[in-house]
Write a protein that binds this ligand. Structure first.
Ligand code: ADP
Ligand code: AMP
Length: 206
């Protein structure tokens, strides 16, 4: 059976960085945030609906997100995948539990990235992206090469970061208990270095 791994944790915990690392091992990263940002850039119907929520640091409505994921999972039959940034609410997790068996999948493990809010603020305020490749950098912890022109995400401003953290604690953190009860949760210390975290994740999923 193809592997289905969930990355759970606050924004800025390093989920995208590690999901990008795992593409080396044949995993496909499904980032709902990346899908939504592309829709906003292309001014699609989805993008128009999602933009105001994203700019405000709020979650996009569950129905929109669940239908995006359904499409993606159908496209990626038999591929090992990382769900990065999904599910983010209990109704999203329930919808996922319902759709996976129909697609011949189950959740293998949920990796919980544990990190303090202040460190999240440090990481997100220094985050930079290469818009051509989507690769994630940090001005201090992982500076981009000189020949790469990076951009800063609109929602990586301090006031929006604080709102996203609040939303995480209110709407997403209940998933910790949800997956703990199902014996799927594997917590990791996300304040370690990227190399150590990568090795830990590999040992869990291989
Ligand atoms: P998420 O996908 O969880 O929102 P990212 O992977 O985009 O988080 O990481 C947020 C920021 O923190 C980025 O600037 C990234 O370069 C940096 N970062 C990621 N992992 C680490 C780490 N282990 N130590 C220090 N900085 C990190
Ligand atoms: P991310 O790139 O994961 O930090 O997500 C950026 C933004 O996209 C979030 O602040 C939300 O507005 C939206 N988003 C991404 N994934 C989801 C999701 N699973 N449910 C609701 N909104 C989401």
């Amino acid at each position: 059976m193809a592997k289905t791994i969930i990355f759970l944790g606050p924004p800025g915990a390093g989920k995208g960085t590690q999901a990008q690392n795992l593409t080396e091992k044949g995993f496909i990263q499904i980032s709902t945030g990346d899908i939504l940002r592309e829709a906003v850039r292309n001014e699609t119907e989805l993008g128009k609906k999602a933009k105001e929520y994203m700019d405000a640091g709020k979650l996009v409505p569950d129905e929109l997100i669940v239908s995006i994921i359904k499409e993606k999972l159908k496209e990626l039959e038999n591929k090992d995948i990382i769900l990065d940034g999904f599910p983010r609410t209990i109704p999203q997790a329930e919808a996922l539990d319902k759709m996976l068996p129909e697609l011949g999948r189950k959740v293998d493990v949920v990796i919980l990235f544990e990190i303090e809010d202040d460190e999240v603020v440090n990481r997100l305020s220094g985050r930079r992206i290469d818009p051509k490749t989507g690769k994630v950098y940090h001005v201090v912890y992982n500076p981009p090469p000189e020949n790469v022109d990076v951009i800063q995400r609109d929602d990586d401003k301090e006031e929006v970061i604080r709102k996203r953290l609040e939303v995480y604690h209110q709407q997403t953190a209940p998933l910790v208990e949800y997956y703990k009860e199902k014996n799927k949760l594997f917590p990791i210390n996300a304040s370690e270095s990227p190399d150590i975290i990568y090795k830990t994740i590999l040992s869990v999923i291989e």
